[in-house]
Design a protein around this ligand. Structure first.
Ligand SMILES: Nc1ncnc2c1ncn2[C@@H]1O[C@H](COP(=O)(O)OP(=O)(O)O)[C@@H](O)[C@H]1O
Ligand SMILES: [Mg+2]
Length: 234
């Protein structure tokens, strides 16, 4: 089991007048080598759940473990190191560095300018069909191409978990499908978690976790005959 979440609650501005219950009693176990979708409308708590799994949000109560390590028992430096080594992130906005070339953007997480690292970055860009853009600056690229660069950057350190937050939101349908196809291939090496409010991009997902008002309402697991909705006895 890669992730285990027990009785997770996340409340923003706790105790204040405008406190928000973002996650309510979440219980979840996630295995590796799967593509998992977290689905729900805007404001339902998807990003909160994603960043909690990544150890970037501290639960108000409950426990999250990754590889049997409880985040709350790790030092800040240990959890930072874990994220750097094991996790890759792709966001709705790509956050590329405009004055750096595409290939240098891809290399930023590993801080390594060796020939070997460059070849690896080029290999990833090739897989994404944008190797020819390696020397270009991000502003020369289309939205879909930029998002692919952000994906290559997330994959450069061979993450065990790839966290994706609404990454297809600003893409046209064909670019969105291409990006999802790539992530689907990547699940052979990692757990891929995709947060979205768009069900159409989750055609290939192994599991779909539906979330509503901070609570999980159903988990659908893909089996031989399509999706089976599990009893919500989590
Ligand atoms: N940093 C924050 N401070 C206060 N409230 C927040 C913060 N981030 C999110 N929220 C609130 O928590 C709820 C869940 O938000 P979020 O996890 O971003 O949902 P989603 O990603 O599904 O749109 C929403 O009501 C949102 O307004
Ligand atoms: Mg969000």
């Amino acid at each position: 089991m890669l992730f285990k979440v027990d009785n997770l609650n996340l409340i923003y501005d706790i105790g204040k007048e405008d406190q928000t219950y973002a996650l309510r009693n979440i219980n979840l176990s996630l295995e590796g080598n799967r593509l998992i979708g977290i689905m729900g409308p805007s404001g339902s708590g998807k990003s909160s759940l994603l960043y909690s799994l990544a150890g970037l949000k501290i639960p108000s109560s409950g426990t999250i473990s990754y590889k049997n390590m409880k985040f709350k028992e790790l030092s800040v430096s240990k959890s930072t190191e874990l994220r750097r080594k094991d996790f890759g992130f792709v966001f709705q906005r790509h956050f590329l560095i405009e004055y750096m070339s595409v290939i240098d953007n891809v290399l930023t997480p590993i801080n390594d300018n060796s020939m070997k690292a460059k070849e690896k970055a080029l290999g990833l860009l090739k897989k994404l069909g944008i190797e020819h853009l390696a020397g270009k600056k991000p502003h020369k690229l289309s939205g879909g191409q930029r998002q692919k660069v952000a994906i290559a950057r997330a994959l450069i350190n061979d993450p065990k978990v790839i966290f994706c937050d609404e990454i297809t939101a600003s893409l046209d349908h064909s670019s969105a499908r291409e990006v999802m196809k790539l992530l689907d291939e990547y699940k052979n090496n990692a757990l891929v978690i995709v947060v979205t409010h768009d069900a159409s991009i989750l055609e290939n997902a192994d599991d779909i976790i539906n979330i509503w008002d901070g609570a999980i309402t159903s988990i659908k697991k893909r089996g031989m005959e399509g999706y089976n909705e599990s009893a919500i006895n989590l």
